[in-house]
Design a protein around this ligand. Structure first.
Ligand code: FAD
Length: 486
């Protein structure tokens, strides 16, 4: 099946059954696709990959390349504004399949690899190590695109001391660093945070943290590479699963979309030179995501996903208001309108970015960065507020949630009677509030909120970068102008 383009779900699942070293709940996992608390997420992603082949979605999420091979649109190099819009449509479609609750669909990383592989002048600046970085990245892009590989990534070194981290230094005991260079490649040792979808991916991209201080002491920490998860010496330690084996009725989201996060340990891992993309140059590493515009393409995918998620939150809230008859209540309408405004803000920013798409320095088209930066800085604040509003709307109903089993036991009559609403029978009401519970109360839901707060980076640093890049002078000039008229 090599180089056949989009894969089926079964092919993806088969690929996960290798020698990977995944640890959870104190034991090593034999088969991630069959592991309780992990296999459900893999099955959902397999279902999404299958959808790429279905007539209803195929032309939305895939394209045929020059050789007639059908690939995911996230790999398509945008050469016009229409291409950017088409990519956005595909990102949005993928996100609707989980209503944004499976955050790390493969199109996120695909967007980044596409950008890196089509900014050759950038990687060509790398002058250290025994590798042709441009050729390596081009080959990697083809490998991922033509085999529909699923990637995770890890960018952050664990910090032992906040003071050390903010001074741009890393601790050699824990941070991932190069320990040796050989003719075969580099040997790396240490840990990295945090690989979402790690145990359920084919490969891991280990890209530079964007906070390397550009001095010689940071050279061992400066690199970018990608290797299969099953590479000897690579281990993942998973967090607790939020999929507790419940039915889709009892846990509509956590039973389906447990994508898992893992800390990644590299125990003297050999990375072959042909998989190294940057090496030993902190300055180059620091510029990588911005200069290749990978950050813009990733932010595009993210904004599309957040729109789907925000719309879903509006849907859940409106369904609750309708069922309870509170859709005429002023306070309820006010709270839901706040969420509607958030969804429409993301939509407007996305539209603005796509409609102002332009050619970049590499001859590719990118959406306008400013609106996407606004969206990715705003959503980490919007989402926790959406959850709060859902808690306020749901109140004790989020606790009045008997299980599916209570509809077929000795309590069934009571449950049918006492859980009904004006506009909804008991079973539908319990199902709806169990969904709201999975968003606003469960471990799965709380992890979603944490994800939205942090997955794109530390919010203080993101907003500080936004502040630095914002055109402040023209605004200050207007203030000075007014004051000068005094
Ligand atoms: C659910 C989830 C999934 C994730 N998935 C991935 C993934 O797939 N790949 C990946 O690479 N990373 C992932 N991350 C990690 C994410 O990139 C980091 O959480 C984020 O960059 C913050 O880093 P940290 O967690 O080390 O927090 P820290 O850097 O320890 O920060 C702790 C707090 O201090 C603040 N802070 C940090 N530095 C400063 C500073 N200089 N000045 C002021 N305040 C500061 C932070 O904003 C935060 O509030 C994920 C995180 C979460 C929660």
């Amino acid at each position: 099946m090599k180089n056949a383009g989009i894969r089926t779900g079964a092919q993806y699942l088969e690929g996960l059954r290798d020698d990977r070293e995944i640890w959870t709940r104190g034991t090593r996992v034999k088969d991630v696709t069959a592991e309780p608390g992990m296999g459900g997420g893999a099955a959902s992603l397999a279902g999404f990959l299958d959808r790429q082949h279905e007539a209803a979605y195929r032309d939305i999420v895939t394209y045929e390349d020059a050789q007639g091979i059908r690939c995911a649109i996230s790999h398509m190099v945008p050469k016009s504004k229409a291409d950017v819009v088409q990519r956005g449509r595909a990102f949005y479609e993928w996100a609707t399949w989980s209503n944004g609750m499976f955050g790390r669909t493969p199109d996120y990383k695909n967007a980044s690899v596409m950008a890196f592989a089509h900014a050759p002048g950038f990687l060509a600046q790398g002058s250290k190590g025994q590798a042709d970085f441009v050729q390596n990245m081009t080959r990697f892009y083809d490998e991922v695109r033509l085999n529909d590989r699923v990637l995770t990534h890890t960018l952050v070194n664990p910090s032992v001391s906040h003071a050390q981290a903010t001074s741009g230094k890393f601790d050699e005991e824990v941070a991932l660093h190069v320990v040796k260079e050989t003719d075969a490649g580099i040997i790396v040792k240490g840990a990295r945070l945090l690989a979402t979808l790690g145990p359920l991916s084919d490969e891991i991209e280990v890209f530079p943290s964007t906070l390397l201080r550009a001095d010689d002491s940071n050279i061992p920490f400066a690199f970018a590479f990608a290797i299969p998860i099953a590479t000897p010496g690579l281990k993942m330690i998973c967090r607790d699963s939020y999929d507790h084996g419940k039915s889709h009725f009892d846990a509509p989201l956590s039973s389906r979309y447990e994508e898992m996060d893992a800390v990644v340990i590299f125990d003297n891992v050999l990375v072959p030179w042909e998989r190294v993309f940057m090496y030993g140059e902190p300055n180059l590493c620091n510029q990588a995501f911005a200069q290749t515009n990978a950050v813009v393409h990733m932010a595009h995918q993210v904004a599309c996903g957040k729109l789907a998620k925000a719309e879903f939150m509006v849907g859940v809230m409106c369904a609750i208001a309708k069922a309870t008859g509170r859709d005429k209540d002023l306070a309820t309408k006010g709270m839901i309108a706040e969420v509607m405004l958030m969804a429409e803000t993301v939509r407007a920013l996305l539209f603005s970015a796509e409609q102002q798409a332009h050619e970049d320095q590499w001859g590719n088209f990118i959406p306008l960065r400013g609106p996407l930066d606004a969206s990715r800085n705003l959503f980490p604040k919007m989402y926790p507020r959406m959850v709060e509003i859902l808690q306020l709307l749901g109140s004790s109903s989020l606790m009045a949630t008997p299980t599916e089993a209570d509809f077929s036991n000795a309590m069934a009559g009571d449950v049918e009677k006492y859980f009904q609403l004006t506009h909804m029978d008991s079973r539908d009401r319990v199902g709806l509030y169990r969904l709201a519970h999975d968003i606003a109360v469960s471990g799965f839901g709380n992890r979603q909120a944490l994800y939205e707060r942090f997955f794109f980076g530390p919010p203080q640093i993101m907003s500080s970068v936004y502040f630095d890049g914002y055109d402040k002078d023209s605004k200050i000039a207007r203030v000075e102008d007014l004051l000068a008229q005094a």
